[in-house]
Design a protein around this ligand. Structure first.
Ligand SMILES: Nc1ccn([C@@H]2O[C@H](COP(=O)(O)OP(=O)(O)OP(=O)(O)O)[C@@H](O)[C@H]2O)c(=O)n1
Ligand SMILES: C/C(=C\CO)CCC[C@H](C)CCC[C@H](C)CCCC(C)C
Length: 322
């Protein structure tokens, strides 16, 4: 990432890569940039005082919270809430659609179940991450976004515990739709009361599932997967490359390792006969390429915004030809 920033200095000012707080007072404006991998990435944003007003780091539409606003605590505007709720609803529908499409393709024997599962694995996380910019720039946006994997998490738990049945989901995201045993753990860094609550709920859930001890495969890989999506959305969101790179590696790299490894993985790793050189190498190569692609996607989005509001020579496209 440091290399990326050195190669393209404008990335340093990218809101997706660099946490950048801008505070305006009645007399002064202060800008603070944190080092790319500082632990301060995870620290809570300082609470605005009576004289401080947060300027959203908006990639698309920058908005200044007016000093004249009745409340000094930044709250999501109604427009933001409608936008975020709409985006979350659209993505939840999209997730149902994705599972439905791959179930349909598997039912028709157009693709094998193992490929269907890996394509759902690759596409759902990457599409989820690609769609983050449709959420508003309010501080609450990440909570709305994390509703999408949370709804899917609930589906997995409900069907995994056999409280209800959804053959389409089971066929699209499991190996053979057969029950398996479950075990798990969860521990991470968190920054707000909501995230603490989320972790407590998840830990209780894990204890409950361990107690029942007879859970389906839905409660292993797919459950870990959606938990990581929730975690990355809540903790890193669009503000840090850590979440983007983690999801690119988990969704893209790991999914492609399976597809390549199964086809060209005759030469196995010496310490693990389940994994091949072809699979492991493609995990790193494709994971790296997808990470770069995702970071570039976010940097280009920001530059488009910049292009609309700043002198044209900041455009990456014009920079290419100048
Ligand atoms: N580094 C890797 C990773 C995966 N694979 C191939 O992909 C398959 C699935 O690997 P993995 O994704 O780790 O397994 P799971 O998704 O946990 O389960 P499943 O094997 O049922 O897909 C392996 O059996 C192997 O053929 C590989 O060759 N090399
Ligand atoms: C098969 C999977 C993991 C095991 O290797 C992936 C399980 C995926 C979930 C059941 C569905 C997740 C949906 C995403 C949270 C949102 C996708 C949104 C998008 C717009 C399609």
């Amino acid at each position: 990432m440091r290399l990326l920033c050195r190669a393209n200095p404008s990335l340093r000012h990218n809101p997706y890569l660099v946490r950048r707080h801008v505070y305006t007072t009645t007399t002064t404006t202060t800008t603070t940039e944190l080092p790319l991998f500082s632990s301060a990435w995870l620290t809570p944003k300082p609470a605005p005082s009576v004289h401080l007003h947060l300027l959203d780091r908006a990639p698309f539409v920058p908005r200044l919270r007016h000093p004249s606003s009745s409340s000094c605590i930044p709250r999501a505007a109604t427009g933001d809430i409608i936008q975020d709720a709409g985006a979350a609803a659209a993505l939840i529908a999209g997730a149902y659609g994705l599972v439905f499409i791959f179930d349909f393709l598997t039912q028709r024997n157009l693709i094998p179940q193992s490929l269907s599962r890996k394509l759902v694995h690759i596409l759902s996380g990457l599409l989820f991450m690609v769609s983050w910019p449709i959420f508003s720039t309010s501080t609450e946006a990440r909570y709305f976004a994390s509703l999408v994997p949370f709804v899917n998490c609930s589906r997995l738990v409900i069907y995994g515990l056999s409280l209800a049945s959804d053959e389409g989901l089971i066929k699209s995201v499991t190996r053979e739709g057969k029950p398996e045993y479950f075990f798990s753990f969860l521990s991470h860094h968190f920054q707000s009361i909501w995230i603490h609550l989320f972790v407590i709920v998840q830990i209780l859930l894990v204890i409950l599932l361990r107690y029942f001890h007879a859970c389906r495969e839905l409660l292993r890989g797919p459950l870990y997967y959606v938990l990581v999506l929730i975690l990355c959305a809540l903790v890193f969101w669009r503000e840090s490359p850590v979440g983007v790179i983690s999801l690119a590696m988990m969704c893209g790299g790991d999914g492609i390792a399976d597809i390549i490894g199964r086809r060209f993985g005759s030469s196995k790793l010496p310490y693990n006969q389940q994994k091949s050189w072809a699979g492991s190498i493609s995990m790193f190569v494709f994971g790296f390429l997808i990470s770069i692609g995702m970071l570039y996607y976010y940097s280009v989005l920001f530059e488009f915004w910049f292009l609309a509001h700043c002198p044209v020579f900041f455009s990456p496209f014009l920079r290419l030809v100048l």
